[in-house]
Design a protein around this ligand. Structure first.
Ligand code: ADP
Ligand code: ZN
Length: 815
């Protein structure tokens, strides 16, 4: 027997054949985690399939099986292959996403100094790379490459190490670290005879000193139906291990090890879940009924061909209630459900509803789990003990045995896109995975993306609508304030008169306000504060941005056009032309200056670095321990805060003027979501939206809560300029510490690509760039990019050598 194996070696995408040794033949199957020889290393790998005959003569044998059960289910294997192919990521990097950290291990090199070698000049200066390396190894003993990495940020020490190995100063050998995680066991005791028999033995348990303790222990165990932790028995009865061992010796009790699962839910559940069974008593609205009926029909009836839904409903229209009931139906069918949410910490309300509806059956997957908790949640999912997995994008990769439902809540949210290698979109992956599992996929949002709506209109998704809020408040009215007028009237502050007055009223009524600040792209675009004009590139209409290195220079990140920063506005001659910059600290300080007695709370990346900070801030605000919440993007997620009657959008245009075709859509979604936070109860509410460009369509449609209008307009714009969904994009990025090298490599690659496009007669394929990226310098390295636009860019690039390039298929931003 032979096996085709994906090896866990970075950048290797090919599959390799190995022989299955006789002693493992009965155990191995597709999806098993094994170790194999690879070159002169031992590496981990996953069996993709078993074969009768290998593609190479005399393949090497598999060394070891690391886990008796497969670590990937058949649909997961299928998903990994499809994702590797469609996202152009190495297969090993996709498989790594699916294995819990600590279980998957990459091979490494162990370095150590050679003993008894006299100190020589070779040891170098203590400050040189090799001096530092030798010192480190002398101090710490043998270290693995990845451990050494953490001491040499961005310094290439490996070359030096290689040289030292050649000279016999260091030794190096290949190692494969053992998995860091393993099941956890607790020692337990349990009665092993009928209680009467134990009672009968009670008087003959020992001598005077030991009798009382042993009796106490036995009495305690007689009363316990389950196996009890030894530490608990000791605490309750004062007995010792020797006493229990004696009882076992006499055949009265059993001592053994019980596996315990480190639970990811405990902490959240203990923090005030309402035990009251919310929901089951609720009577669904007719719209909810009809949407749920269709979804449930697909769950129970597998012959239906379309199993993918877009649940399009405004905030507060009852989408979560539908997810809950669809999950219930799925469990009834003996299957499991995956619920993806943008970020667990930001959606505690929805998570709690799942926990209380399915007690003991829910697993949470989020970034703050310990390795052990993650591993155990993963194993409980694999064994089918958990019926519902909730989490951010990585929850999709839980190895549930029989997935019947995949929900993506807030499916427009950009956090479903992983914006670092391996780049992938969890919504696309969820759709693909549901197909492979034969499961129903429900994507819910108040503001689906242009592409998701386009899919719905073209039959790939069935649209279900929930057009009304449960509490019939209607959507809050939005007042647009033109900040140019404020300036003309001498108000140079960050709050318009309308906003300050409304704030004062809201607070005096004992209600709450949210002030929203869009931080993305702050202080980068240039506009005239008198007339609102944004300086754009004469070639491609892209907003010009301040060059990060030379302050007075403006740059087009699309075509490379540059110009000097003008002193006066080309349209109105005004002198107030400048970059826009404003932080949430400033907004909070201004509120406090205006209303000294008001309690403010700030919710942004600075205030939420600590563990549980999100929950604490939210709970504080929800309990009305603050009047005004100042926050950034996080406010756009699914919060339900009934006391909030005023939402102030401090500046709506930020982010609108980024050189990115997806900028308008992002701003529209954020504004619409934030506006939806106001007036969620019968108290009503309103939104004040401040802007320097009230005529922009994204602002106008957001002010009118007009999702359909925006969609039509945005789709037309995409059609004219050939952006998705009318073409597909691949963004290629090259990074180098030397700006000239970055440019040179980019030019070379662009030329090679142009040649291939011509040779393959791809007339519909267009190459844009190379140009410096919008954020042209990150972590001290220069970024250059090339954009490929075509009906099928993946086929152009599939076997095109792009070493050291970052490849993003279907990126959600071109910055
Ligand atoms: P969404 O997910 O669309 O924002 P939710 O499902 O959170 O909406 O519903 C908003 C609120 O209305 C929640 O408090 C929920 O418990 C309640 N709710 C949902 N459906 C109903 C219903 N049919 N009748 C009464 N209340 C409902
Ligand atoms: Zn340009």
């Amino acid at each position: 027997m032979f096996a085709r194996v994906a090896v866990n070696v970075s950048a290797i995408s090919d599959l390799f054949d190995y022989a299955v040794p006789v002693e493992l033949a009965a155990q191995v199957q597709a999806g098993c985690l094994i170790t194999v020889p690879f070159g002169n290393q031992t590496v981990q790998g996953v069996i993709i399939e078993l074969l009768d005959s290998p593609q190479v003569a005399n393949p090497k044998p598999i060394l070891d099986l690391l886990d008796p059960s497969p670590v990937l289910t058949p649909p997961q294997l299928g998903l990994a292959m499809r994702m590797a192919d469609s996202t152009l990521n190495p297969l090993a990097s996709i498989i790594s996403l699916m294995l819990p950290t600590g279980l998957s291990q990459q091979a490494d090199i162990l370095y150590q100094t050679v003993d008894n070698r006299p100190q020589t000049e070779e040891d170098g200066l203590p400050s040189s790379i090799h001096g530092r390396l030798l010192n480190l190894l002398k101090e710490r003993g043998p270290l693995r490459g990845r451990q050494i990495d953490s001491h040499f940020a961005k310094i290439d020490w490996r070359k030096t190490a290689g040289m030292l190995v050649k000279k016999g100063i260091l030794s190096a050998r290949h190692v494969l670290p053992a998995p860091r995680v393993r099941p956890k066991f607790l020692r337990v005791a349990q009665l092993s005879v009928p209680p009467e028999e134990a009672e009968a033995a009670m008087d003959s348990l020992g001598t005077k000193q030991t009798l009382a303790r042993r009796q106490a222990a036995l009495r305690f165990l007689i009363q316990q139906p389950d196996a009890i932790n030894l530490s608990w028995v000791y605490a309750e009865t004062g007995c010792k291990l020797a006493d229990l061992q004696e009882l076992e010796e006499r055949g009265l009790i059993r001592l053994f090890e019980n596996e315990v699962f480190r639970d990811s839910v405990g902490k959240i559940e203990s923090r005030g879940v309402e035990n009251r069974e919310i929901g089951n008593g609720i009577k669904l609205t007719p719209e909810q009924e009809s949407a749920l009926a269709q979804i449930n029909n697909s769950i129970t009836n597998h012959l239906i061909s379309n199993l993918q839904y877009l649940l399009y409903g405004i905030t507060g229209s009852g989408k979560t209630e539908i997810y809950l009931r669809a999950a219930e139906e799925t469990i009834k069918q003996g299957k499991q459900a995956i619920i993806l949410v943008p970020e667990i910490a930001l959606t505690p309300q929805a998570v709690r509803r799942f926990l209380s509806r399915f007690p003991g059956q829910v697993g949470l997957v989020h970034s703050r789990l310990s390795e052990g908790e993650r591993y155990d949640t993963w194993r409980r999912a694999r064994s089918g003990k958990l019926k519902v997995i909730i989490g951010a994008r990585s929850a999709l990769f839980s190895p549930l045995p029989n997935v019947g439902l995949v929900v993506v809540d807030e499916c427009h949210d950009s956090s479903f896109y992983q914006s670092e290698p391996p780049y992938y979109h969890a919504v696309a992956a969820a759709q693909e995975y549901a197909r492979l599992c034969g499961a129903v996929c429900v994507m819910g949002s108040a503001t689906p993306t242009v592409e998701q709506r386009f899919q719905a209109e073209h039959g790939q998704l069935t649209k279900l609508e929930l057009p009304r809020r449960i509490v019939e408040t209607g959507l809050p009215p939005v007042q647009v304030v033109d900040m140019r007028e404020e300036l003309k009237n001498g108000n140079r502050g960050i709050f318009s008169r309308a906003l300050s007055e409304s704030l004062a009223e809201t607070i005096s009524r004992g209600e709450q306000a949210i002030l929203f600040l869009n931080r993305r792209g702050t202080a980068t675009y240039i506009f005239c504060r008198d007339c609102g004009l944004v300086l754009k590139c004469p070639n491609c209409e892209t907003p010009l941005t301040l060059h990060t290195e030379e302050k007075e220079k403006l740059l087009c990140h699309h075509c490379g056009y540059t110009r000097k920063l003008p002193q006066t506005c080309p349209a109105c001659g005004g002198k107030n032309i400048r970059a826009y910059g404003l932080g949430s600290e400033k907004v909070e300080a201004d509120v406090q200056a205006m209303f000294p007695n008001v309690r403010t709370l700030r919710w942004d990346w600075d205030t939420t670095r600590q563990k549980d900070a999100h929950e604490i801030i939210l709970t504080h605000f929800a309990n009305h321990q603050a009047d005004v919440l100042v926050g950034t993007q996080m406010l756009a997620k699914g919060l339900d805060l009934p006391l909030v009657t005023l939402v102030g959008i401090v500046l709506a245009d930020v982010g609108l003027n980024l050189p990115d075709p997806f900028a308008s859509e992002r701003v529209f979604q954020t504004l619409t979501q934030v506006a939806g936070r106001a007036g969620r109860s019968t108290l009503g509410g309103k939104v004040i939206l401040q802007t320097f460009m009230p005529e922009h369509y994204a602002i106008q449609f957001a002010a009118g809560h007009d999702v359909n209008g925006f969609y039509e307009r945005e789709l037309e714009y995409r059609r004219q300029l050939g952006y998705p969904p009318f073409a597909r994009l691949v963004r290629l990025e090259y990074r180098h510490a030397d700006p000239l090298k970055a440019e040179e490599e980019s030019q070379k690659t662009a030329t090679r690509l142009r040649e291939r496009i011509a040779a393959e007669k791809r007339h519909q394929t267009e190459l844009v760039g190379p140009v410096p990226s919008f954020f042209s310098k990150a972590d001290g390295v220069y970024r250059w990019q090339i954009l490929v636009r075509s009906p099928d860019p993946v086929s152009l690039l599939r076997d095109f050598k792009l070493r050291d390039w970052r490849i993003e298929v279907d990126p959600i931003s071109l910055l």
